[in-house]
Design a protein around this ligand. Structure first.
Ligand code: UDP
Length: 475
């Protein structure tokens, strides 16, 4: 009851697990440390949200008022073949009237001070204008991606030909050069396609906000904010990260992985996971299994049912019961041969607890930004195996610029052979290169903890923003 009159922030998160997790952490900090109340609206793309989604939502701290928005009405629903970004955007757009209603009700009880949206949610910007509050974007990918988005409208106007055919890399101030093959998936699409048009429109929207919070920190990306003058943008960009959950998201801590990890030697276990949505083909899944075997390292592998035509085959989650499907896609005899050496789990894993365990030696990751941040916060070197969205850029940044990852070598056919899986793991686990990675990772772990400490830069920035919001609402 004592928080009833606290100024309130309204946060709007599109149906992406990788956004919900950092949004909940941002909201938690605003409430716990900065004297605000927070309502977190989270959209749903399907009428039956996945089990993981519900579990993560249920684990959002009580101090945050979480409101689940309904899925788009059946008449509006896009076919499953529609691009993921379109389906995600529709889930937000179809809810704008409801968001308006909720905002009015909340505003009657306590002053609303800001609307915070993700990169998809900027389409709801009229709501902020009607309420007379500032619109902030919480960008849940790195600054490098944001910089690319902010530069895209200009590049689109001045470059000829398809972005994927460019022979010169894109050079953004302070960032590793971006080679054509590392561009975000939507930029590789034909420039005449809807996919590209949607991405470009999102890029233009990114500059139409009052401020941007980026889930990164200064030592990880020292160039944050550089190059905006050249674009004639007066856009305040603040680093508030790394904001991810330190306790596992929506899963029991007594997961069998944890007791098994307790029995393994320090730094000996490879953790393999491709995030909430990433999937491999049948052939690639089997090859990864053989690669793990070949590496002779202990492992925990969060395996997903293979998908032949999509690298985000599980983006909208798996339904209850999916974790009991047979593991018949693994090579014959794999489970027997690796018994005692590794754990294969199909359920949602307690990732942050696993990464924080001293037995973990490296993380084979798709480089989703939350996974990267969680690895960095725990000082765990990475073997980068990017799949979609901006993950190739994240991998390049972590390998070349930050120096905490090796990249699994991809063949001309986009296939990663078992020898290369094993080679990537060995490079990250043993020898001089591994030693260098560990040293740099541990340095970065200290810096990330400091950014979030009581007088760390991310905490101070968030305090300033919260103050600006509170003061503006009192006028
Ligand atoms: N995650 C988890 N258990 C799993 C898989 C994923 O807790 O079995 C969490 C992970 O810790 C991270 C998020 O889900 O916080 C995935 O976000 P990321 O940006 O890495 O990838 P995305 O799922 O968005 O591709």
């Amino acid at each position: 009851a004592c928080t009833a009159a606290r100024p309130r922030v309204l946060l709007l998160c599109s149906p992406c697990m990788g956004h919900l997790i950092p949004f909940a952490e941002l909201a938690r900090r605003l409430v716990a440390d900065h004297g605000l109340a927070a309502t977190l609206l989270f959209a749903s793309a399907t009428s039956a949200p996945s089990e993981q989604y519900l579990a993560v939502a249920a684990a959002v701290p009580d101090a945050i008022d979480l409101v689940a928005l309904p899925a788009p009405p059946p008449v509006a629903v896009l076919p499953p073949s529609a691009p993921t970004r379109e389906r995600v955007e529709l889930a937000v757009v179809s809810n704008v009237p409801r968001i308006r209603e909720i905002a009015r009700e909340l505003g009657a009880a306590a002053p609303l001070v800001a609307l915070v949206v993700d990169m998809v949610g900027v389409v709801a910007r009229d709501v902020a204008a009607e309420l007379g509050v500032p619109l902030y974007m919480f960008f849940t990918s790195p600054w490098m991606t944001l910089s690319l988005l902010l530069h895209l409208p200009e590049m689109d106007a001045t470059r000829a030909g398809e972005h994927r055919d460019a022979t010169e890399p894109i050079r953004l101030p302070g960032c590793v050069p971006i080679h054509a093959h590392d561009l975000p998936t939507s930029m590789l699409a034909d420039r005449s396609s809807n996919t590209y048009a949607g991405f470009l429109s999102m890029a233009k929207d990114a500059a139409r906000v009052d401020g941007i919070l980026v889930n990164t920190f200064d030592e990880l990306e020292p160039a944050v904010g550089e190059g905006l003058d050249g674009l004639q943008l007066q856009l305040p960009v603040h680093t508030v990260g790394p904001l991810v959950w330190t306790r596992p998201a929506g899963v029991d801590m007594d997961h069998r992985c944890m007791s098994w990890l307790d029995q393994q030697p320090r730094g000996s276990v490879v953790y393999v996971s491709f995030g909430s949505g990433g999937t491999l083909t049948w052939q690639q899944t089997a090859e990864l299994a053989l690669g793990l075997e070949l590496s002779q390292c202990r492992f925990i592998w969060v395996v997903k049912r293979p998908h032949q035509s999509s690298t985000i085959g599980a983006f909208f989650g798996t339904q209850k019961g999916d974790e009991h499907i047979p593991l018949d896609f693994l090579p014959e005899g794999f489970m027997e041969r690796t018994r005692g050496m590794g754990i294969v789990t199909q359920s949602w894993a307690p990732q942050t607890a696993i990464l924080g365990h001293p037995s973990i030696g490296c993380f084979v990751t798709h480089c989703g930004w939350n996974s990267v941040l969680e690895s960095v916060m725990n000082g765990v070197p990475m073997v980068a195996w990017p799949l979609y969205a901006e993950q190739n850029m994240n991998a390049a940044m972590m390998e070349v610029q930050v120096g905490v990852a090796v990249r699994a070598k991809v063949g001309a056919d986009r296939f990663i052979r078992k020898e290369e899986v094993a080679n990537g793991i060995r490079r990250a686990m043993v020898g001089e290169e591994a030693e260098r990675l560990r040293k740099r990772s541990s340095e970065l772990r200290g810096q990330s903890a400091h950014a979030l400490s009581k007088d760390g830069c991310s905490t101070r920035v968030l305090a300033q923003i919260a103050n600006t919001w509170k003061c503006a609402s009192r006028k």
